[in-house]
Design a protein. Structure first.
Length: 212
């Protein structure tokens, strides 16, 4: 029989060390060609268990929506922040993802005494942290954060699709799918596209060469 990881393993271990408010932190939209990168921080309530939390990418949209509501109802504290495309182009996506996570932690109403992140070392926090590779599949707190960030960003892209319907954003969520890249070639870029990302940059360079 296949064994599944105990997603509360890290939280249980930290609790034994005396940490009571453990925040999980993760981002969504790092690979997208358009719009902000989102990040969330979540402090789960150990007395109010949530069943089914996992890496948001391993869940269906319906499962994510259900858990999104449940996490917001049951968590001790949660926050979602974002960094816009213009700033992503200015400081790069890695630093933008880190900044979004740090903003999310600072926005928590309850101050955490320990932070678990998904493969991201934090800079400006006077709080101990542990960066876990594939942390959203190893820690319930990080998994919860991944769900909130993913669902919030998906909601944004669904609304953005109403403004830019030619790019099918509600279906591709801004990622470099064949349909999105084809739309870029046909209609050009929007003000919200990330200009330092290769498929977008190539369209810009092609337009510049045509204008010369």
């Amino acid at each position: 029989m296949k064994e599944f990881p105990d997603l509360y393993k890290y939280e249980k271990s930290l609790k034994k060390e005396g940490y009571l408010k453990i925040a999980g932190c993760d981002e969504a939209g790092r690979g997208s060609l358009i719009g902000p990168v989102y990040a969330s921080a979540v402090i789960l309530n150990p007395l109010n268990h949530i069943e089914g939390i996992n890496d948001s990418k391993k869940l269906t949209a319906k499962q994510r929506e259900k858990l999104y509501k449940e996490i917001k109802e049951k968590a001790l504290s949660y926050a979602v922040e974002r960094i816009e495309a213009e700033e992503i182009d200015r400081i790069n996506i890695y630093e933008a993802s880190r900044k979004a996570m740090e903003k999310a932690v600072l926005s928590l109403k309850e101050k955490p005494d320990f932070i678990l992140t998904d493969a991201m070392p934090l800079k400006d926090q006077n709080i101990p942290f542990l960066s876990l590779i594939h942390g959203d599949a190893l820690s319930a707190s990080i998994g919860a954060a991944s769900i909130l960030a993913k669902v919030e960003r998906d909601h944004y892209l669904i609304e953005l699709d109403k403004i830019y319907p030619l790019y099918h954003l509600k279906d591709n969520k801004g990622y470099a799918t064949a349909s999105h890249k084809e739309a870029l070639k046909k209609y050009g870029i929007t003000p919200l596209h990330r200009k330092t990302y290769r498929p977008v940059k190539e369209i810009i360079q092609k337009q510049i060469s045509l204008d010369i």
